[in-house]
Design a protein around this ligand. Structure first.
Ligand SMILES: C[S@@+](CC[C@H](N)C(=O)[O-])C[C@H]1O[C@@H](n2cnc3c(N)ncnc32)[C@H](O)[C@@H]1O
Length: 246
């Protein structure tokens, strides 16, 4: 019996983000009983429809800056409610889009808004694409909710799924940025009050990301500060890009 309980607890850990994100969506559906759009926007962290659109447009600007072009095959890991997908569609970008997320209603919402795009529920720490098939993999505010080991596994499989010369671009939280301190302080408050927080918020170090990237064979690893507006609107989270050697 003890072994069974231990096994079940381990399995529950494995699904930590599935549990916390489904609970998040359920909370926002209760909060906005008559506004399904807003429930979806809030579930992925947007505070208004306008912000959802503005942030999505910012995502596309980041992707363009990092080489997004028509005809590419791209993969949106943790695609959520389709903030980036809808912005890509609005921008007139032409290519093959695939989104993957762990929460069914979010994926269903994306598909209802972007019927020509592919989106799936996928709960393994893998990229659901054949070897060497993708020009670009990106994810926003996803490693912010995963354990470092889960991040590494996703990066390892991204390397596999990218074409030679393909790019990985993602955002992350870092305590070096004073603008991210509020997230940490809120977590401290939650732990003081409840001994736990509803979702995991992970802070990564650039040194760790560089080490993982080099360990996996990526090259041209470059970081952008969250407040940097040189080439696109400020993202707020820090960004990193890296390339699979051609
Ligand atoms: C803050 S939201 C961002 C959504 C989307 N990337 C965007 O910027 O609009 C984080 C997303 O990551 C997804 N997620 C959480 N854990 C995940 C995992 N292990 N694998 C893939 N996606 C995950 C959540 O379901 C949620 O949609």
């Amino acid at each position: 019996m003890a072994r069974l309980i231990e096994k079940l607890l381990l399995r529950a850990n494995r699904w930590h983000s599935v549990r916390s994100y489904n609970a998040m969506v359920a909370r926002h559906r209760r909060k906005y009983p008559n506004d399904y759009d807003m429930a979806m926007f809030a579930s992925i962290g947007a505070i208004s429809p306008e912000e959802f659109v503005r942030q999505g447009d910012g995502h596309v600007a980041v992707l363009r800056h990092h080489g997004l072009a028509d005809g590419m095959a791209i993969y949106d890991l943790g695609c959520g409610a389709g903030r980036t997908a809808m912005a890509l569609q609005r921008s007139g970008w032409q290519g093959s889009y695939k989104g993957a997320d762990i929460v069914k209603p979010l994926v269903a919402y994306l598909k209802s808004k972007c019927p020509d795009y592919d989106a799936i529920v996928h709960r393994d720490l893998t990229i659901a694409a054949p070897d060497g098939s993708l020009d670009m993999i990106f994810h926003w505010s996803v490693f912010t909710h995963l354990y470092p080991e889960e991040c590494y596994l996703y990066m390892r499989d991204s390397f596999r799924a990218l074409k030679p010369g393909g790019r990985l671009v993602f955002s992350f939280l870092e305590l070096e940025d004073p603008q991210h301190h509020g997230v940490f302080r809120n977590r401290i408050k939650a732990f003081e009050k409840h001994g736990w927080a509803n979702t995991l918020d992970t802070f990564l170090h650039r040194d760790w990301i560089r080490f993982w990237a080099q360990d996996l064979g990526f090259q041209d690893i470059a970081f952008t500060d969250g407040q940097d507006t040189t080439s696109h609107p400020a993202f707020w989270q820090a960004l990193v890009t890296m390339t699979k050697p051609a």
